[in-house]
Design a protein around this ligand. Sequence first.
Ligand SMILES: *Cc1c(COP(=O)(O)O)cnc(C)c1O
Length: 417
Amino acid sequence: MAEQPTFPDTGRSAEDLLAAIRARRGDDADWRGGRTFSLVYNPADPDLEALQEAVALEYLHENYLNPFAFPSLLQMEQEVVDAAIALFGAPGAAGKLTGGGTESIFLAVQVARDRARQAGVEAPQLVTPVTAHPAFAKAAHYLGVDHVAVPVGADGRVDPAAVEAALSDRTALVVGSAPCYPYGVVDPIEELAALAAERGVLCHVDACLGGWLLPFWAELGEPVPPWTMAVPGVTSISADVHKYGWCFKGASVLLHRSKDLLRHQYFLYDAWPGGLYGSATTAGTRPAAPIAAAWATIHHLGRAGYLRLAAAVREATRRFRSGIEAIDGLQITGDPVMSVMEISSPVHDLAAVGDVMDDRGWKLDRQQGGLHLMLSPGHVAVADEFLADLADAVAEHGPSRGVAARYGGVGDEEEAG
Ligand SMILES: *Cc1c(COP(=O)(O)O)cnc(C)c1O
């Protein structure tokens, strides 16, 4: 019988509540142990965490609904935006902090929609690769924009010709990812931005994942295809400080190429008895801690800190990638640019391999084509253990008969006993 919902009659002590919370956390994802490959990107750096916690405490109770009431936050927000402009912007670029990648993407779609409407387009359209984050589909759904999702090639990147074929008089925004979440590959941004520019429409680069890592990846000497506002025609970029920018959750940057574009993002309302209401993002009452923490994180780590963490991520990426590619029947989809990738296989049933890995405490997200990996500095220390377990899981399960049959029986003879 279902219990009646109740409201607590009496208050409980802080000690009691904290004990109750901790007792409930046994099944929570163990990201600190390097056992998860999504959701938490933190480097598990005690000094950085201590700073972030102190800063969060400093601003825990403030409200960034009105920036003019908290000029210290307005100043920090602008300095985070300036740091983003220095890394991947262009002269004249302008932007804002948002609560996350989804909000940055919503606002980029909204700006493009409103600009298209001003130009007389009644039913604006959004064109993205199928690999673009679902936040674009969600934004299109909420904002009444048509979404056209273009298939990608075998390398996981969208073909500019296929995007060109999808464009119409109604196109308001063309999107590419740097990189996309499923495969970690970067779309051909130069070609996509040129297609958009030729038609006078906007081009958004979703660098939620790569924005705060790719600049340092390139500085380490790794090949990174062009994706920033140095590419003509790129009109906005989203980049999450709460992913590879190493901040805690609630901070993303949306950069526009000009102040004019940013202005479309502002909402002003003067017909309210409560007075003039204005905002630059979707939230009303707004947490202040992520803004201060984004600022403190960037200024604490500096270029040297970001390079050190990027080098650790690269080390994890090299170990995982070479170890996975050395396991018979496993491969990496496409050629990922950084530390996010898909493990795929023409012979093994990776859902079953994922189940064995689950039993050993490794939480790998299932994708349509395999298992997903996002690597953080904390994964360096667990690489060998992970790879040994993965080899066991593959051997234990053996090639799936169903899958092997589809691929002409490859692997049947090597099925493990
Ligand atoms: C995480 C992510 C998003 C969405 O960001 P949230 O912060 O989860 O809202 C968008 N695009 C890419 C490529 C992402 O990895």
